[in-house]
Design a protein around this ligand. Structure first.
Ligand code: NAD
Ligand code: UGA
Length: 435
């Protein structure tokens, strides 16, 4: 099948490359010409493990192409995916659908023959109705089905998630569109059942409900972590102990500095807004959003307490800046709020991240960046582990002890066993490790 993927960001690029790898002909389209120029030269603008190699092999096979020409790609395609951003709208927190609707208008004028228009971006309930209205109003002759097909991949594990999904949700009741969507995802052994068809509005809500539930699960364990600290219990073991229960499950129960990233924060907020408008408020999610917002600054207070109550004029070394490992994405990363709060209290912050330095240098102009953990730890009062990159899992504590002003590790991801760190003469502070 011929696929036009509009928007070559994290989701569009990964989806386009994986569809090409399934054997489909794909053109990834973006309106940022430099991005397309780079992609044509084999340069992948984001850090996502495995993506470079998969893009290269499919480009070489002639199945994957890149373009800035939306109209030509749409006219050529059997299926057009909308994979542009839906950020929080400034001021009110609703999803900003400007980019989605702009693409819908471009699609309307360019479609040629029966085309399935698929919204892959995360969009509020009713957006598919509006996309369809825009297309039919702009071009009454357009022969289209408008389908919702939300994406559930995680950054850093995107290719595996796309190719081995727990499920593929498709919102359409149109038999022609069902046939096309079934064909597109055929390589994923559909007989085993991960393709779940439902109404379009239901599909749109599934995406928000899934992200909100996961955000709520993380927030739940973060609150239990705080309780562990007050009561003298260990959140790692509480998580394991409850996670054995299959009704609860062991995933997304890692306590930490609060969830970040380009999706959970904006999607929880957008769901709260949608629910308020529908006069059916989602109180659990409202509370989740508030707790998570407060948590990031609370993590800075944890660092300050570990340093004896003040960080004024002290050097604090921060390990990990991206919102999670294996990505270069700093959108809504907890590190940004934590660093700001530490600076507000007078700290001098030095930081290192394996892949996030380029973006960080722009976002954090008053931070000193070093080339590795030991460079930033030199003279530091405390080392704060914010993002659990693998390369931070085997730190040389003897070397750190020799170079730091005082040996304190604030491990916001509970990477290290406290006893091991203390054996090296460090003060250890984790999250929810009160025992
Ligand atoms: P992104 O910002 O990385 O990429 C969006 C791309 O669309 C950009 O490259 C931008 O230049 C391009 N674009 C915007 N308007 C365009 C137009 N008119 N024509 C062509 N290109 C255009 O965003 P993302 O992280 O890939 O997210 C996209 C959507 O997918 C969002 O709704 C997001 O919530 C959802 N989503 C993201 C993830 C994730 O892990 N990042 C996972 C699941 C769902
Ligand atoms: C998340 C969802 O996991 C994806 O299913 C979804 O497709 C995506 O949002 C989206 O809609 O964009 P992503 O944001 O890439 O994916 O990363 P996650 O692994 O979910 O992590 C999100 C945040 O939660 C990170 O800051 C992470 O550190 C934090 N987290 C995650 C925890 O603090 N504890 C956990 O147990 C899990």
């Amino acid at each position: 099948m011929r696929i036009a993927m509009i928007g070559a960001g994290y989701v569009g690029l990964v989806s386009g490359v994986c569809f090409a790898d399934f054997g489909h002909d794909v053109v990834c389209v973006d309106n940022v010409a430099e991005k397309i120029d780079a992609l044509r030269k084999g340069e992948i603008p984001i850090y996502e493990p495995g993506l470079q190699e998969l893009a290269a092999s499919n480009s070489a096979a002639g199945r994957l192409n890149f373009s800035t020409d939306v109209e030509a790609a749409v006219a050529w395609a059997d299926a057009v995916f909308i994979a542009v951003g839906t950020p929080s709208r400034r001021g009110d927190g609703h999803a900003d659908l400007t980019y989605v609707y702009a693409v819908a208008r471009q699609i309307a004028t360019a479609v040629d023959g029966y085309t399935v228009v698929v919204t892959k971006s995360t969009v509020p309930v009713g957006t598919g109705d509006e996309v369809e209205r825009i297309i039919r109003e702009t071009n009454p002759d357009a022969d289209v089905s408008v389908v919702s097909n939300p994406e559930f991949l995680r950054e850093g594990a995107a290719i595996g998630d796309f190719k081995r999904p727990d499920r593929i949700v498709v919102g359409t009741e149109d038999p022609r569109a069902i046939a096309v969507m079934t064909e597109l995802y055929r390589p994923l052994h559909l007989n085993e059942g991960p393709l779940f068809f439902c109404e379009r509005r239901t599909s749109e809500l599934i995406k928000y409900a899934a992200n909100a539930f996961l955000a709520m699960k993380i927030t739940f364990i973060n609150e239990i972590a705080d309780l562990c600290e007050s009561l003298g219990a260990d959140v790692q073991k509480v998580a394991r102990g409850i996670g054995y229960d299959k009704r609860i499950g062991d995933k997304f129960l890692h306590a930490g500095p609060g969830y970040g990233g380009s999706c959970f924060p904006k999607d929880t907020l957008a769901l709260v807004k949608t629910a308020c408008d529908a006069e059916s408020p989602v109180r659990l999610i409202e509370t989740t959003v508030a707790i998570n917002d407060n948590r990031k600054r609370a993590m800075a207070r944890k660092v300050i307490a570990a340093c004896g109550g003040s960080v004024r004029d002290k050097r604090i070394a921060v390990l990990g800046l991206t919102f999670k490992p294996n990505t270069d994405d700093l959108r809504e990363a907890p590190s940004l709020t934590i660093i700001q709060a530490l600076q507000d209290h007078g700290a001098r912050v030095a930081a290192f991240d394996p892949e996030g330095m380029k973006a960080a240098e722009q976002l954090l102009p008053s931070v000193e960046f070093g080339s590795d953990p030991y460079a930033i730890a030199a003279g530091a009062e405390a080392l704060v582990l914010v993002t659990e990159w693998d390369e931070f899992r085997a730190l040389d504590f003897r070397r750190l002890h020799a170079t730091m002003a005082s040996p304190i590790l604030v491990d916001l991801r509970n990477v290290y066993p406290p006893q091991e760190v203390r054996r090296h003469g460090f003060k250890y502070v984790g999250v929810g490790r009160g025992s």
